[in-house]
Design a protein around this ligand. Structure first.
Ligand SMILES: [Zn+2]
Length: 581
């Protein structure tokens, strides 16, 4: 019998994976140009087989390390995993390039009935192809970018990580690195939160010449690439990689813009609950001062979360319970474990693994429900799709997880009796939506303003960039929040803005949030009739575009009317929050 946690065995399997991928490459590379539908189908099938065959050992070598980074064997396996992964990616890189060339010659292949299952994969390749340059040019760009435009985000990250900030805590002066001082933003002591923001942004603002220089260069580089790659606008690249279209995103963003008042109203109510005339920017994401410090045991958490999912659907409830029963959730707090939580799909096993550090506070229940929502997605998707059709893009990836949080909130609102408990539950979801929906929309507006300014030939120095940020912020918050003057430098710390070829990283968060709230609203309207619709959407994986997936269950994401449903649901929660006052 094979010992599956024998490191020697895992290493052997990883070596075998690379060998198999290289055999795959040798079999197909340079030959795709002459392929018909049947050969393309067989190639996809072979790739899926490879993935299923080695999914287990690859996941194991990655997850074991995340669970215990101090373990010597785990580190050894993780190192092997990283090398394996990079070899695998290199071995199959030819496929999309050659398929792109093939589809240019024979576009009719996309609609060939033999390839129905892989149609959307091919459509995605087809959409990228017109913007690709020659192989030689692509190689030069990759090589030059490495130490060129890609270096700015490294500079930004290193610069931020090497800053230190002096702050007085409990009468004692402390010098903290950036990663530590931001932990104070959610501290129950209001004055400390305020000072932490003051110290950080006053410090970051001093280097605005460096930050502006980096940001200007990354944005200007993107505009150059817009021309070179013949993208229609600075947003086109993001539409292609997120598998969405302009019509949809315009409708989404218009809906957010029309409803900033709903968010401002919530922020005013939150001020009231906190006993303030107005929130300071240091209060926006802060916990409520009277939050009950209730603790839940592992078993209690399991019962509440499983029931929340079972109320939605008994089959899903059974899978969620199975995740606990088979010990696929690693909740133990221990040294050497990766911080944060995540869920990893195990395709071959039609299941998933979750890592979290469970301390029993309400936030941990929400995290558990969130990650188990990813597991629900995995259970449905891996049963219905081959690996190639289960590569979920960022607009859809959070559908199960955010939906699961709402199912939990519903359960907790019934269960928890006191006013403070209800407020804490509602604030948890309202702040979540406020952050990922509204606050992120502000960043989309800001990003657009910067491209427009650059296109008009404006020079973006630190002050100019800050003024654009203030303009976007004003549009979102109106007069609902009081801002520290140095918050004008907020944009300096946001790494995403500095990452090359990662433009408009932001709106998928808004999409996900509003999409799920709309889905939840429809669930409340349609009841049990809605359940198979959501399950079908999750089971479809990445086999269709987000727009088509929604259309199949009767929703048109290109209309503001659809997105308004999401806002209506948010408003509903705000009203419930108001009632607790
Ligand atoms: Zn998630």
């Amino acid at each position: 019998m094979v010992e599956f946690d024998d490191p020697g065995y895992i290493e052997e399997r990883l070596t075998a994976a690379v060998k198999a991928a290289e055999e795959f490459r040798d079999k197909y590379r340079g030959k795709i140009a002459s392929f018909g539908a049947k050969e393309v189908f067989e190639m996809y099938e072979a790739l899926n087989d490879l993935e299923l065959q080695f999914d287990g050992p690859i996941s194991y070598s990655r997850l074991r390390y995340q669970a215990d980074m101090n373990d010597e064997i785990a580190s050894r396996l993780y190192d092997k995993f990283r090398n394996t992964y990079s070899s695998l990616m290199q071995a199959i890189a030819f496929m999309d390039l050659e398929l792109g060339a093939l589809l240019k010659e024979k576009p009719e292949l996309v609609n060939d009935p033999i390839l129905t299952e892989y149609r959307h994969s091919l459509e995605k390749i087809q959409r990228r192809t017109p913007h690709m340059l020659s192989e030689e040019e692509e190689h030069i760009i990759i090589a030059k970018d490495l130490n060129g435009v890609r270096a700015w985000s490294m500079l930004q990250g290193d610069w931020l990580a090497s800053r230190t900030f002096d702050i007085e805590i409990d009468g004692e002066m402390k010098t903290l690195p950036y990663g530590e001082i931001i932990g104070l933003y959610e501290h129950p002591d209001r004055d400390l939160r305020k000072r932490a923001h003051e110290v950080v942004y006053e410090g970051l603002g001093k280097d605005h010449i460096v930050w502006a220089s980096a940001m200007r260069s990354v944005f200007a580089d993107h505009l150059t690439m817009v021309k070179v790659r013949k993208w229609e606008s600075p947003m086109t690249q993001s539409f292609i990689s997120n598998d969405v279209d302009e019509e949809t995103i315009v409708a989404l963003l218009n809906t957010m813009e029309k409803n900033v008042g709903v968010y401002q109203n919530y922020l005013r109510l939150k001020a009231k609950v906190m006993g303030l005339d107005k929130l300071g920017n240091w209060d926006i994401d802060a916990p409520l001062p009277n939050s009950p410090e209730k603790k839940y045991s592992w078993e209690e958490s399991r019962e509440i979360v499983v029931n929340a999912y079972s109320d939605f659907d008994s089959e899903v409830g059974k899978w969620i319970d199975e995740m606990y029963e088979r010990r696929h959730i690693d909740g133990l707090v221990r040294n050497g474990k990766r911080s944060g939580a995540f869920c990893s799909t195990w395709h071959a096993g039609q299941s998933a693994y979750i890592l979290q550090s469970f301390n029993g506070i309400m936030g941990d229940l929400f995290t558990q429900a969130h990650e188990l929502g990813h597991a629900m997605h995995a259970y449905l998707g891996t049963r219905a799709q081959k690996p190639n059709n289960y590569e979920i893009g960022s607009c859809i990836a959070e559908t199960g997880s955010i939906f699961g949080e709402l199912l939990l909130a519903e359960k907790l609102l019934v269960k928890e009796g006191t006013k403070e408990e209800k407020q804490a539950v509602l604030a948890a979801i309202l702040d979540g939506f406020g952050g990922a929906g509204y606050q992120v929309t502000t960043r989309v507006w800001f990003e657009t303003m910067l491209y427009e300014a650059l296109e008009k030939g404006k020079f973006l120095d630190g002050e100019t960039i800050s003024n654009f940020w203030l303009k976007a912020r004003e549009k979102m918050y109106g007069d609902s929040v009081e801002w520290l003057p140095d918050m004008r430098w907020w944009w300096t710390m946001k790494l995403h803005f500095y990452i090359a070829n990662y433009r408009y990283y932001n709106y998928p968060y808004v999409y996900a949030q509003l999409f799920v709230y709309a889905m939840y609203r429809l669930y409340k309207e349609q009841g049990k009739e809605f359940v198979p619709k959501l399950k079908a959407l999750l089971a479809a994986g990445s086999s269709r575009s987000p727009r088509d997936l929604a259309a199949e269950i009767g929703f048109d994401v290109t209309t503001e009317e659809f997105w308004q449903k999401g806002i209506d649901q948010f408003s509903e929660f705000v009203k419930m929050f108001e009632k607790t006052l």
